[in-house]
Ligand binder design. Sequence first.
Ligand SMILES: [Fe+2]
Ligand SMILES: [Fe+2]
Length: 268
Amino acid sequence: MATLAEAAVAILATADPIAKARLSRDTAAAWRSGAIAEIGSATPPDRPGRPDRPALLPPAQVKRRKISAAPAGRIALLHALAHIELNAIDLAWDIAARFCQSGLPRGFFEDWVAVGDDESRHFLLLCDRLAALGAGYGDLPAHDGLWEASQSTAHDLMARLALVPLVLEARGLDVTPAMVAKLHAAGDDESAAALQIIHDDEITHVATGRRWFEWEAARQGLEPVAAYHTLVRRYFRGPLKRPFNTASRDKAGFKAAYYEPLASEDLA
Ligand SMILES: [Fe+2]
Ligand SMILES: [Fe+2]
């Protein structure tokens, strides 16, 4: 059996999205059962395998549509979220493979395997919702902004944790409740339920990111809140957007002292 790092690289290299998600779930199960026991080492690719569709466009060119009883807006939303989850699968396995030689304890790998498993479950759940609406992942263009955060922070574990779980995934906690409400209002309770599951799981991902960020800060003798401010200012363009979902961020143990000083001035 491959090592965990080799299995992570195999997931990253898989281009077919459904095959990637299934391999991710199978790998997590193999880790839990002990069939994969060694962390090992392997080099993750600069870019993960991706299918020919969807076409990847600059973020500004990806159309937004209104969420309504007509399916087009809901399909666009679910498709955009499926694309985020597909990236999230790769980001979880990338952090496990990339930092396999960094002297991190086994619990670190344990946690990111669980995140990778969750992200693949989320992707497949959204694919099911798209199928129920007569659509599928790849039908619409998507944007390629997410992988940039990964590439720019590939050399630095604290930068990666600051940007991915503690900016991008935390932002997901902020915006999801309004999407759930809109889906209910449009009469799509199934899609609303899927997004609620995702939101609740993402709290644990932010908590995982926060815990390992603080662990690594302690190892390096850094004050974590100040280190977060420095890293987000260096690697993230612009201020963090309000409003924050303080209740969900609190559940992740992610306190306002981290993000409030980096927020935009507008209270919208
Ligand atoms: Fe997710
Ligand atoms: Fe996540």
